[in-house]
Design a protein around this ligand. Structure first.
Ligand SMILES: *Cc1c(COP(=O)(O)O)cnc(C)c1O
Ligand code: SF4
Length: 432
């Protein structure tokens, strides 16, 4: 699709709405495809359709002053000014959750392993170089800077050999997570170049290979009639036959994404290989902030043989003001949705913030000796001793993220923070 204005149904939008897309797409990356346009978006329901909001830039994603600034530049058709304005706005939206990249990058024999992250003891992330894009872009994407050509954030690697050496020296690692962007934009030949050496290496402790991807949602043809679909499914089977667990970490934001014949057939084919599909999504205002929708989504996933895994909180970058929800609201939605499904879907954990310290779950609200608090615990932590240790914040209906919360009972810090300084919760990556 060269220009979104060539999409036939886009004429259902007013000129003003088309202009808004044009303006916002100068700041946030925009990419769509025929499957999303023809099978996911309900064009009778635009501009409110959640799949439309998921994929097409929205006016509300820019703060009013930023919108006005960019609209003016676009009206003036001043390319230099457009570029400068875009950069200015982008840099004001916390594009570089600072330190994130260096912070989790492991060192091997004195050398930083770029494109690898090792934060939680048992899992290593491998960001494949050619997988640093996606079939379509989510408007809420937290990796948005890497799609607008920010080279600093294109952090992928091809070096599976050194990764294997690293894994040999780290027998505590049981899981390798292949991530992106979306690693399944890569050709199967390329993926094999990473996976086969892993299978052939002597890594008895590496029991699980995970692939984090949104391909089922944006391009289920990857398993149906892409040229190398059979080869990809064969590779999956080969991983399973080698005795490793293959965890397909699928990203679904809305039940609509599970409704097409294409996605259902793709899920069946993946399951046929012996891979398990686990699912995750952030909770997003304007797209899925509704408990019934989440119950329906988890039920459908279980029905299709997928295992609900994480509900994330939208991180503090980009258009968080448009997609974010207060933590207490996110928790209410989680609880009501959880209540609407049987135990088979209650494998899901949420709402979870992925922070520098660890994955922090909002576990509820309570009153302790008459004092209203939000209760929290870590599911994963940089320091394993922190896991599942309950902690408390002052009740706050306006907090969107952990650093909006204040420790309860007059404490200066949460237990895992530096005693004199509240650490910056540089929020981290992680959906795919
Ligand atoms: C979420 C995450 C993982 C995986 O955590 P699990 O709870 O095992 O799924 C691994 N590494 C990083 C950096 C993460 O954010
Ligand atoms: S990295 Fe994930 S969240 Fe971002 S555009 Fe790709 S699929 Fe969407």
């Amino acid at each position: 699709m060269k220009n979104f204005k060539d999409i036939p149904d886009i004429r259902k939008l007013s000129d003003e709405e088309l202009f808004d897309i044009d303006v916002v797409a100068r700041v946030f990356p925009f990419k769509t495809n025929n499957y999303v346009i023809e099978k996911l978006i309900n064009w009778d329901n635009i501009p409110y359709d959640p799949m439309f909001i998921l994929n097409f830039p929205q006016k509300g994603m820019l703060l009013p002053t930023d919108y006005d600034m960019m609209a003016l530049a676009v009206l003036q058709k001043d390319e230099q000014r457009i570029t400068e304005t875009a950069r200015k706005i982008q840099y004001s939206l916390n594009p570089h959750p600072a330190g994130q990249l260096e912070y989790n990058t492991p060192t091997f024999h004195g050398k930083k392993l770029k494109g690898i992250q090792h934060k939680y003891m048992e899992t290593v992330l491998f960001m494949a170089k050619k997988g640093q894009t996606c079939h379509a872009f989510c408007t809420f994407c937290f990796r948005w800077p890497q799609f607008i050509g920010d080279c600093n954030l294109r952090i992928g690697t091809n070096d599976i050999k050194t990764t294997i050496e690293y894994l040999k020296e780290h027998p505590e690692v049981t899981d390798l997570l292949l991530t992106g962007g979306d690693p399944l934009v890569m050709k199967t030949d390329t993926i094999e170049g990473y996976i086969l050496p892993l299978l052939n290496a002597d890594l008895p402790n590496l029991k699980k290979i995970r692939i984090g991807t949104k391909v089922l949602s944006y391009w289920p043809y990857r398993f149906l009639n892409d040229e190398d679909s059979p080869q990809l499914l064969k590779l999956f089977k080969r991983i399973v036959d080698s005795g490793k667990h293959l965890a397909f970490m699928a990203h679904f934001n809305h039940p609509q994404e599970l409704s097409t014949d294409e996605v259902q057939e793709a899920i069946a084919r993946i399951r046929d290989t012996g891979a398990e599909i686990r699912t995750q999504s952030p909770i997003l205002r304007n797209i899925n902030n509704n408990p019934k929708l989440w119950s329906a989504m988890w039920k459908k996933q279980v029905e299709l043989g997928c295992i609900p895994y994480y509900m994330f909180v939208v991180r503090d970058t980009g258009a968080q003001h448009y997609f974010g929800l207060p933590l207490v609201e996110a928790f209410d939605i989680f609880r009501n949705a959880f209540n609407g499904v049987s135990g088979l879907a209650r494998t899901v954990r949420g709402p979870v913030m992925s922070t520098t310290a660890g994955k922090i779950q909002v576990t509820g609200f309570s009153e302790v000796l008459g004092h209203p608090v939000i209760t929290l615990a870590m599911i994963q932590a940089r320091n394993p001793d922190w896991v599942l240790k309950p902690f408390y914040a002052e009740y706050n209906e306006e907090a969107f993220w952990i650093d909006d919360l204040i420790p309860a009972f007059g404490e200066d810090n949460f237990f895992f923070e530096h005693p004199y300084k509240r650490i910056q919760y540089l929020s981290e990556e992680y959906i795919n």
